[in-house]
Design a protein around this ligand. Structure first.
Ligand code: CA
Length: 586
């Protein structure tokens, strides 16, 4: 019995045990008592707890799920306790119901590995995901003995007249920004303590997109909560990202041939602006320009900086045919119009005013020690024009509108225009005039743009970022920029790699997808880093959607600024990770 098992015992459950269990069970160690009680009964008893860390907590479910009765995907879940509840239940200033709903799933004490994982949210949240540990992990961590928590961001979409409506209610914005993940963390640790008799030995956060932002919120504002954080594709400067998305869709909308077909909900079909065959032509051009810069023509651009320095679609000429990418005359199947090239270049450059100047998102300038708030564009990469890349969010398909219309773009009228104006058409946002009407401060940005994670670092915390280079939502350049600025204030990359590492995934879209190695497990190496001090020098990833042979490949991901290089014999197998090495570019 170590000291940890004796600390911070919840009197309420202990009191229950004193009444309901035999004296023989109750030794000096109440954790043993908890383990000796029938785990199903102990689970149901969690509904009787009081003295929650946040007073206004209501348990709505405390249910024991026997092994095999519940699943996560195809995986049968083991015996576990499922707890649901709501914290800070309230009626909003808008008359709508709000509250931080959460779920915690607890393996039985005999199967608990002593660890806690917070499963991050996605998009604007609005529903509690099953807390099975499936987000950004190789398999449900609940089945591997983890205690897992999730939450809804402080609102339920089913209670709202429109998904973005909560963005008009200030407390609901704060809850989605940081409040809900704060109170859910504290409540989950309390429940863990109550069920097992002690708090987790180690706590981890794993999330992508909004979950990635939440990971950064924890590292900056709640540095004591988690020992390790995985922050994938973080939307950490949401205002800037919304404007990047708007700018990109506007670039395509501007060249869509009239009349533009519209869906029943009024969203435009923009695919005729840049049809799939033109997308493939663009991809062949960027690969012809950049694929071999890393030494191997394998459909992956591993030397991204060299590509960005070299490739200009307006001047690119295919070396084998002498054909220019940009049409010099009429549009043909082998060239793109100057208007199409211009639209692509705008998406690459990011928002500018009519003087050609880069813009800044004002809300990003509020957090202490904030990261650069320049609004960015998207880097040319092998997956830039793959279906999971720019087309998924800025172009759409012949039957679907650009995805951004329902993402950051759709939020502009609700939260990025000040005052909010839900009837404002974000596609009409004027990058000269309307920039004066942008929200200058919101916790959705100020809680995630600080470069000061010194408290997290100083207590031994480790953080892993990952980002698909071809992400068409939050630009991967934003995460690279944040990491470089973090390194600059922490003694350089070598020093910073002692507590923070960034893994870029070439060709990958938002959190997954694309002809890429988008299957990977960041949590296992993070655990080894936190608990054994073994830092991840490479993380093996795999994918089976490459468009050229071998279509299934396994490759390492390398800690930035290292890059992957093929290190096997000439003509060797591109599909095995052991044929690759991480190297530092000169
Ligand atoms: Ca290559």
């Amino acid at each position: 019995m170590n000291e940890r098992h004796l600390r911070r015992r919840p009197l309420s459950l202990l009191g229950y045990l004193l009444i309901s269990t035999s004296a023989a069970v109750l030794g000096a160690c109440a954790s043993l008592a908890a383990e000796s009680v029938d785990p199903a009964e102990a689970c149901r008893n969690l509904a009787r707890l009081t003295d929650f860390p946040v007073a206004a907590t209501e348990i709505t479910l405390a249910q024991f799920n026997p092994s095999g009765t519940t699943k996560a995907g195809d995986v049968a879940l083991p015996d576990h306790c499922e707890v649901q509840g709501i914290i800070n239940k309230r009626t909003g200033a808008d008359g709508l119901p709000y509250g931080d709903r959460f779920e915690v799933r607890l393996p039985i004490p005999a199967q608990w590995n002593g660890r806690f994982m917070f499963q991050g949210g996605g998009g604007t949240e609005g529903a509690v995901p099953a807390a099975t540990g499936t987000a950004g992990t190789a398999s449900p961590t609940l089945a591997a003995g983890w205690a897992v928590a999730s939450q809804d961001g402080g609102h339920e979409n089913k209670d709202l007249p429109a998904p973005n409506r909560f963005l008009l209610e200030p407390q609901a914005v704060a809850d989605h920004a940081y409040g809900s993940i704060d109170v859910t963390t504290r409540t989950a640790k309390f429940l863990i303590d109550a069920y097992y008799g002690h708090e987790p030995d180690h706590s981890y956060f794993v999330g992508c997109s909004t979950g990635g932002r939440q990971g950064m919120v924890f590292s900056q504002n709640f540095p004591d909560y988690y020992d390790g954080i995985v922050a994938g594709a973080p939307v950490y400067d949401l205002e800037a990202i919304a404007l990047t998305e708007d700018w990109g869709v506007q670039a395509m909308a501007a060249i869509a041939p009239e009349p533009v077909e519209k869906l029943a909900n009024g969203s435009p079909i923009l695919a005729p602006a840049f049809p799939v065959e033109d997308q493939k032509l663009f991809t062949s051009a960027v690969l012809a320009a950049c694929d071999r810069l890393d030494g191997v023509a394998d459909g992956i651009i591993d030397d991204l900086p060299a590509c960005l320095a070299k490739f200009d679609p307006a001047t690119f000429v295919f070396p084998d045919t002498g054909q220019a990418l940009q049409c010099t005359g009429a549009k043909t199947a082998t060239c793109l119009t100057p208007a199409q090239i211009n639209a692509v270049k705008k998406i690459n450059q990011g928002p500018r005013n009519s003087l050609g100047e880069k813009l800044r998102a004002p809300a990003g300038a509020v957090a202490r020690e904030h990261a650069d708030n320049t609004i960015l564009g998207y880097p040319y990469d092998g997956g830039f024009m793959s279906p999971a890349g720019i087309p998924s969010r800025k172009i759409g398909t012949p039957t679907a509108a650009p995805g951004d219309l329902a993402q950051g773009l759709g939020q502009i009228p609700y939260v990025w225009m000040s005052p909010p104006n839900p009837s404002f058409k974000a596609l009409n946002f004027d990058f000269d005039k309307d920039t004066a009407n942008l929200n200058t401060s919101t916790p959705l940005v100020t809680y995630s743009t600080s470069l000061d994670i010194s408290k997290f670092k100083n207590r031994g915390g480790k953080i892993i970022w990952y980002h698909g280079v071809s992400d068409p939502g939050p630009p991967s350049l934003g995460t690279i920029k944040y990491y470089e600025e973090l390194a600059a204030r922490n003694g350089g990359v070598d020093e910073t790699k002692n507590f923070a590492r960034l893994f870029l995934v070439p060709n990958m879209g938002h959190c997954r997808g694309g002809p890429s190695t988008d299957q990977f497990d960041m949590l296992t190496p993070l655990v080894a880093w936190v608990e054994q001090g073994s830092a991840p020098d490479r993380i093996i990833a795999s994918g089976k959607n490459f468009t050229a042979a071998p279509t299934a490949r396994s490759r390492p991901l390398c800690p930035y600024p290292q890059q992957v290089r093929f290190a096997g014999p000439a003509g060797g197998d591109l599909s095995v990770a052991s044929n690759y090495a991480c190297m530092t570019p000169k």
